[in-house]
Design a protein around this ligand. Structure first.
Ligand SMILES: [Zn+2]
Length: 333
């Protein structure tokens, strides 16, 4: 058993309470390699933003969970070295799919876990979530649960169609499970292809696809039922078109990739939404930078020469999200 407290990590309790009260959201960035982690920590340290490092089941398999834990511990020390005296860094399991997975993360130094039982019937979702909460709370680890189904694909999480969260269910769910935060479905979606062209309209000026708006009515209903309760948005990448264009210009083949407009995320961040998950955008930023180097300097074979620019591009993206979309800069001085 390793406690996250020994690693210098924090849970989400206090940072969510402040974010809800302050009308901003905490960034939750997925990571599975060193350059991505460096970029996240540099961006958070420079902007003094609390940050959630997310690890999916796929990332645990890819990078090895022991290595990931030491990377998170290293991230805390690195942040201090960068001049961030009291780093507020959470290590969070993204989309835990069973009690066993969540338990192993709690035992392994995670400060927060998500149990995603949203595909199960309501009563079973409650039972499994409650079981995880009872275990995690013994160790002061916070738990995110999910109600409603998001469409899209993200690692092993895939669903054909979304079902918006039913606001009338949230009070019962939150009360009976004791979860610390709740991921809801209001039209965000996993991956870089959040909407089919048929679901979108076309901007006559740019010819770009414009996705359907998020269901803010559902969000506001949920807020009314659970005032001040921390709400989480998954699948909230914006799929920056300049990165998609760079990828396609240098040999990529991303067709009609479309994400959530940043104005809508900004609006959500001002509400009870206090955690916004961003993964695909950083994948795009990394891929765009690497493709550019490969195309422009085909003789280059030192990984630092293409992963370095990739790291810079991801850092730029993270800082932009923190300062211009989530508003979490300066909130962890
Ligand atoms: Zn997700």
């Amino acid at each position: 058993m390793v406690s996250y407290k020994e690693l210098g990590l924090v849970n989400t309790k206090e940072m969510f309470a402040k974010a809800v009260a302050g009308g901003y959201a905490i960034p939750a960035f997925n990571f599975n390699n060193m350059e991505q982690l460096q970029a996240i920590i540099q961006a958070s340290a420079e902007t003094k933003s609390p940050v959630i490092l997310q690890v999916s089941k796929g990332a645990r398999q890819y990078a090895n969970q022991t290595l990931l834990r030491y990377m998170a511990q290293g991230a805390v020390e690195y942040a201090k070295e960068l001049g961030w005296e009291k780093p507020q860094i959470v290590l969070h399991l993204d989309h835990g799919d069973s009690f066993e997975t969540c338990k192993s993360c709690v035992d392994f130094g995670f400060s927060s876990v998500m149990i995603d039982a949203s595909a199960l019937p309501f009563e079973e979702n409650i039972a499994l979530t409650k079981k995880v909460v009872e275990y995690a709370h013994q160790y002061d680890v916070t738990v995110e649960a999910e109600l409603g189904v998001l469409a899209g694909v993200e690692d092993e999480v895939a669903a054909e169609e979304s079902h918006y969260t039913k606001p009338e269910e949230v009070i019962e769910f939150a009360t009976r499970t004791g979860c610390d935060s709740l991921a809801i479905s209001i039209g965000t979606s996993h991956g870089a292809y959040k909407f089919t062209p048929e679901q979108c309209t076309v901007d006559p000026q740019t010819g770009r696809l414009v996705p359907p708006p998020l269901a803010f009515d559902v969000l506001h209903e949920v807020e009314k039922k659970l005032p001040g309760f921390p709400i989480v948005l998954h699948g909230s990448s914006s799929v920056p078109q300049d990165e998609v264009d760079t990828i396609n210009k240098f040999g990529g083949a991303l067709k009609a990739a479309v994400g959530i407009p940043e104005e809508q995320l900004r609006e959500a961040a001002k509400s009870a939404v206090c955690k916004i998950n961003i993964d695909s955008d950083s994948r795009l930023a990394m891929t765009a930078a690497v493709r550019k180097v490969f195309a422009e300097k085909p003789a280059e074979f030192d990984p630092r020469k293409y992963l370095g620019p990739a790291r810079e591009n991801m850092k730029k993206l993270y800082m932009h999200k923190i300062v211009n979309v989530l508003g979490s800069d300066g909130k962890a001085e």
